[in-house]
Design a protein around this ligand. Sequence first.
Ligand code: SF4
Length: 366
Amino acid sequence: MTVDRVLLAEPRGFCAGVEKAIKALAWMVRVFEPPVYCYHEIVHNRHVVDQFRAQGVVFVDDVDQVPPGAPLMLSAHGSAPEVVAAARDRGRVVVDAVCPLVTKVHHELKVRARKGYTVLYVGHHGHEEAVGTMAVAPASVRLLERPEDVDRLDDLATVGGEPPQVALLAQTTLSHDEWAGIVDEARRRFPDLWMPNRSDLCFATTNRQAALKALAGNVDAVVVIGSENSSNTVALEKVAVAFGCPRVVRVNDASELPDDLTGTVGVTAGASAPEALVNAVVARLAPVDGVHLAPVTVEEEYFPPPPELRELLRGLESALSLFNGVPAGDIAGSGTDDGDPVGPATRVLADDRTTGAADVLERLAG
Ligand code: SF4
């Protein structure tokens, strides 16, 4: 393989929601004896999941598989209300790592359903985010996957002679083109369609796609790093094809790169793919004329740790302070007390913004 140069999309890789979820699960691993349980993959990336498995995390698809009292984390994709309720049953410590932008869609759906709307939800059948969201108001929601699905809504034509109240919401990680096609069709069919002021497609999805669009026409091939069950990764593949990239390759890691890439290669990564994988891909491509950054925006979004985790750390801090001789700065290896009057939970929470999930994963592995 002789690659001339690499164009590296910016932003790429971990988003604020994934950062939050990975850091939260890393804390669970440090605070509790294994096994720590996680409902669904914490994020859709094989390497991240395997790293946590190696630390004693057990991933389950049914909370009934979690023994009573065992610590349990709920994934970033959001869980059905009945799953959250079942998880909290039986005395478990439960930390919900749902991304706040997914929670926002759950809330929109709940409110519209309560107001009597039929909610058209644009998403992927069977995806964990879609399943969890639709479970918020199953009797009021209809799944749309493609524009033609709008034609199958004949039963919504009128209600007692009145036009139906219809709202349109979306999975956060769709490709923009996928979303736009359905919006146009739904608006044509339901002129009074209710939609949120801003679409539900999240900033991370939007920014990663914009960065890729900007370089897709100037490269001989694009490498998208991420897992096949990652919706936003698959959306990146679609965007690269739609914007004229002659060749698009998705890989889990550098070992899957084809040997025949040449010329200028664009590289990006889905929102759950660690930067270490990007570095390894770029190293394997070994571009003769180097790596050129292709930025479109700077992301500064930050999501603080889940409230249950903040409470847990503060509880541990209070408990430790009751015991003489127990260093206040050492909760399950979180650090050492150097006389700093600020407690460990307070320090951890203050440091969270500046500590990256990639560093946390590296420290865990070490
Ligand atoms: S891709 Fe978007 S919705 Fe999903 S975790 Fe990241 S910020 Fe949240």
